[in-house]
Design a protein around this ligand. Structure first.
Ligand SMILES: Nc1ncnc2c1ncn2[C@@H]1O[C@@H]2COP(=O)(O)O[C@H]2[C@H]1O
Length: 375
């Protein structure tokens, strides 16, 4: 039987798509309710742009009031503080292909070399995971290369969302100004990063300003293609993990946006009673958060005697130690009853949990005390 422990790294790239069969008794779960889009009407985001013509209806609001028209909406709930108290526009083009007969795929000619560069830029980006062949091709066809210079402002907070961007080369800083206060630096992006999805997902003004801190190359994806192909999966995943991540004690100090990036990277796995999740001595590749159920923790001492350690419950985490210290797994972890975990691969763990590494390290000092007390 194939190992069900984390010896098998969970891949990050779409090419290596994580499939349930790779975990013989556990499986990933992405099921959730679908995003409901109001049908039909064009909105102010069907904007003209200097970069590419999009097959959308041109419509420009005359006033701020019209921009943030307050009608009932089925759009995904916008996370607090993304639009800084402004009301969101609610009308959006239909994303259901059957209702979207006028949609014309965007095709921007590219050299094979450009296609390769796009593929490399999106290879480790979670938003591009789980696309089928046609969707993957449509996204690449629609992308536009954008060369930018150091200090160029790509996105301005409060502005209209027209494009989503993937970074091929270069670096970017993100600033957020709250309630008219001076902008604060909140984030950096480098190669493989992506930004600009929020305004497109939520029909909201740009939530942050993004400035190039070096000369850079971006690939821009128009709003319509983003919404048709990338949005559903992204918003479903973010909603799926939103309330859970808010309640995970180790993540409370993170910004809502940082939790969203974690949600993009998580995969849910199930384990049946007594099934091994982590085997003591193995190399560690994943970090785990308990979504539901309980986990048993045991440690085998030098004489081969297995000791029971305090178990873990919903909202608690495990698997960080081997990743933090590059050491073999320190204990065995098994499901106690049915266990559901959300897991991050090593690269995502390092990238996304950077802000809480000190807390993780501090907490890990307790392990020794606990272990000593049971041996
Ligand atoms: N802390 C943050 N809050 C909001 N947006 C952020 C943050 N950090 C990075 N961003 C990105 O900056 C982008 C600005 O444009 P959008 O609001 O469309 O989407 C935003 C996110 O992709």
């Amino acid at each position: 039987m194939a190992s069900t422990t984390d010896q098998q790294d969970i891949p990050e790239s779409p090419g290596e798509g994580f499939s349930p069969s790779e975990h013989s008794q556990c499986y990933s779960d992405m099921s959730d309710t679908e995003v409901q889009e109001p049908a039909g009407s064009p909105d102010f985001y069907s904007a003209k742009t200097s970069m590419a013509s999009t097959p959308t209806t041109d419509y420009f609001p005359d006033s701020e009031e019209e921009l943030y028209d307050d009608e009932p909406s089925d759009l995904p709930a916008i996370p607090i503080n993304y639009n800084r108290g402004r009301r969101t526009s609610v009308s959006a083009e239909s994303m259901a292909p059957s209702q979207d007969k006028d949609y014309v795929k965007i095709f921007i000619p590219k050299t094979p070399e450009q296609r390769k560069r796009i593929e490399a830029s999106i290879a480790n980006n979670f938003l591009f995971k789980n696309l089928d062949e046609e969707q993957y091709k449509d996204v690449i066809d629609a992308m536009v290369e954008k060369k930018v210079e150091q200090n160029e402002e790509i996105i301005t907070q409060g502005g209209i969302g027209d494009f989503f961007y993937v970074v091929e080369t270069g670096t970017f800083d993100v600033y957020v100004s709250k309630n008219g206060a001076a902008p604060e630096l909140v984030h950096h992006y480098g190669a493989g990063g992506s930004f600009g999805e929020l305004a497109l997902m939520y029909n909201a003004p740009r939530a942050a300003t993004v400035v190039a801190t070096s000369d850079a190359v971006l690939w821009a994806l128009d709003r319509v293609t983003f919404r048709r192909i990338l949005m559903e999966n992204t918003s479903r995943k973010r909603r799926m993990y939103e309330s859970f991540l808010e309640e995970v004690p180790i993540l409370v100090s993170l910004e809502p946006y940082e939790r969203h990036k974690i949600a993009d990277a998580l995969e849910s796995l199930y384990y049946e009673d007594n099934q091994l999740v982590i085997k003591q001595g193995d190399i560690g590749n994943n970090f785990y958060l308990i979504e539901s159920g309980e986990a048993r923790v045991t440690k085998v001492d030098d004489d081969g005697i297995e000791h029971e350690l305090p178990g873990l419950n919903k909202g608690e985490y495990f698997g960080e130690l081997a990743l933090l210290n590059n050491k073999p797994r320190a204990v065995n972890i098994r499901a106690k009853g049915r266990l559901k975990v959300a897991t991050l691969g090593k690269k995502a763990f390092v990238r996304l949990l950077g802000p809480v590494v000190d807390i993780l390290k501090r907490n890990s000092d307790n392990y020794e005390t606990i272990t000593r007390s049971v041996q």
